[in-house]
Design a protein around this ligand. Structure first.
Ligand SMILES: [Zn+2]
Length: 238
């Protein structure tokens, strides 16, 4: 069961679990706060605990904001860019042709017209990442549909600010964050399976967790991997 408590402008997701201790987490990029608590703990106790940790929460959120600012992309030669979890060094080739991106050994070659701004380069690359993801998803859906026993009506790849994916279980539509093309392939597979399991169980209840354990025993590792990296754009209720 997930409920939410509010401390001023900070919303905190409360997840009751079969655990003994309280776990408090602040997730990138937006600094979402989640508290996992033992099943029987009442909301007043949780609230008192959260208030006592308010200073820590705010500090973590501030750190995340600074981290975001630490990685501005300038789209210059030798800048690091990630594709499926692998690091590539950007190589800019200015040519009067249609912009395109290729991967060569450890280089990401971005062919662009001279005088393209950083923003225009960003758009070219973002579109390329989107295409990468759009190519990678259908085989995975084909693989998992019979295993999970669901049908995905449609999937969308888009920029998402606070989530890796989302699922509209009634329309059977799944949305995936373009950023997933930067992560190891297993992360995409995990997010996709997570969203597909929502077609069986829309909420993050214990049935959902049991299903995830059943279909993908390693899902917690993938979630951790998504949480860890500074490129991260992560937000899960559980
Ligand atoms: Zn979910």
């Amino acid at each position: 069961m997930t409920t939410q408590i509010r401390l001023g402008e900070i919303a905190i997701d409360v997840v009751k679990k079969d655990i003994k201790n309280i776990h408090l987490s602040v997730y990138p990029p937006a600094g979402r706060v989640c508290i996992s608590v033992p099943q029987r703990m009442d909301l007043d106790t949780i609230r008192v605990f959260a208030i006592s940790k308010l200073g820590w929460i705010k500090k973590q959120q501030q750190k995340l904001q600074e981290q975001e600012r630490e990685f501005p992309r300038e789209y210059l030669d030798r800048e690091s860019h990630y594709v499926w979890g692998k690091r590539y060094l950007l190589k800019i080739v200015e040519k009067g042709a249609v912009p395109y991106v290729t991967l060569k050994h450890n280089k990401m070659v971005l062919r662009i017209r001279p005088d393209m701004s950083a923003e225009q380069k960003q758009i070219v690359l973002a579109e390329w990442y989107r295409e990468k993801l759009k190519e990678a998803v259908p085989p995975l859906i084909n693989k998992w549909e019979p295993l999970i026993g669901v049908k995905v009506h449609k999937f969308f790849v888009q920029r998402m600010k606070t989530k890796w994916g989302s699922c509209n279980s009634q329309a059977r539509n799944i949305r995936l964050n373009t950023e997933l093309a930067k992560k190891p392939p297993a992360c995409l597979e995990y997010v996709l399976v997570h969203e597909m399991v929502h077609l069986l169980e829309p909420t993050h209840n214990s049935r959902f967790i049991t299903l995830m354990d059943q279909f993908m025993a390693s899902w917690r590792n993938h979630r951790e991997e998504l949480n860890r990296s500074p490129l991260g754009h992560e937000e899960w209720a559980e």
